[in-house]
Design a binder for this molecule. Structure first.
Ligand SMILES: Cc1cc2nc3c(=O)[nH]c(=O)nc-3n(C[C@H](O)[C@H](O)[C@H](O)COP(=O)(O)O)c2cc1C
Length: 195
């Protein structure tokens, strides 16, 4: 499948401020949304739950768009849909936990992507550095503070500075083509195919 879009030249917009950019993004956006999602889904990732606190209330949301940006200074980013109801809790200066889910935590990923109910109800977690909720049984966690927020079209790009990290032996949950996969099961299946 090949899908093309009009080429967009951003070079003459370097002088524009953040507020002007959303207009610039709209140029040359003819790629079909479903085709883009399907194609981007070929790129596998892990699954995280980003967390913060609002007053004394824990807040959390499933996010697969986690990326390391820089080692020195230590920066990471996540992209959050502008329509996400908890986006306002992830503001500049707020502490943010990045919980890298383990291979058996698919149900947790669905809980933290679901609507309405208290997402932390029945979930085992503890307060980490700066009070960020850290979920039990994850592969790793990073404790951060949100440093900058950039316009990313229908998403916002949250760039956060990392203060503390922890890695466990639990294999990670994988996300590919819109589905979550158990790392161990995927590894066994791929080995079986090779023989
Ligand atoms: C595996 C998985 C990965 C996701 N990745 C993202 C992501 O990177 N960014 C995002 O904004 N939403 C992502 N979502 C969807 C959000 O978790 C979901 O829309 C959000 O929690 C809805 O929150 P709300 O009901 O409070 O608005 C993902 C969902 C799943 C199941």
């Amino acid at each position: 499948m090949t899908v093309t879009a009009d080429q967009t030249d951003f070079s003459d917009h370097a002088h524009l401020g953040d507020d002007d950019l959303s207009g610039v993004w709209r140029r040359g956006d003819q790629v079909d949304a479903a085709a883009l999602k399907q194609t981007a889904g070929a790129f596998p990732s892990g699954v995280t739950v980003i967390t913060t606190v609002q007053g004394i209330q824990p807040v959390g949301m499933t996010v697969s768009s986690f990326t390391t940006v820089s080692i020195d200074p230590p920066l990471v980013l996540v992209c959050v849909d502008r329509r996400a109801s908890c986006l306002h809790a992830f503001r500049i200066g707020a502490p943010m936990g990045v919980n890298v889910l383990g291979c058996e935590q698919g149900p947790l990923a669905r809980t933290f992507a679901g609507r309405g109910e208290d997402r932390f109800d029945g979930v085992e977690y503890r307060a980490g550095p700066h009070g960020v909720p850290l979920l039990e049984g994850t592969s790793a966690w990073l404790s951060t503070h949100i440093d900058r927020i950039y316009d990313g079209g229908d998403h916002q790009i949250l760039v956060a500075r990392v203060h503390a990290v922890h890695r466990d032996d639990t294999p990670p949950l994988l996300y590919h083509s819109g589905r979550m996969h158990d790392w161990a099961v995927a590894a066994v299946a791929s080995r079986a195919e090779q023989h």
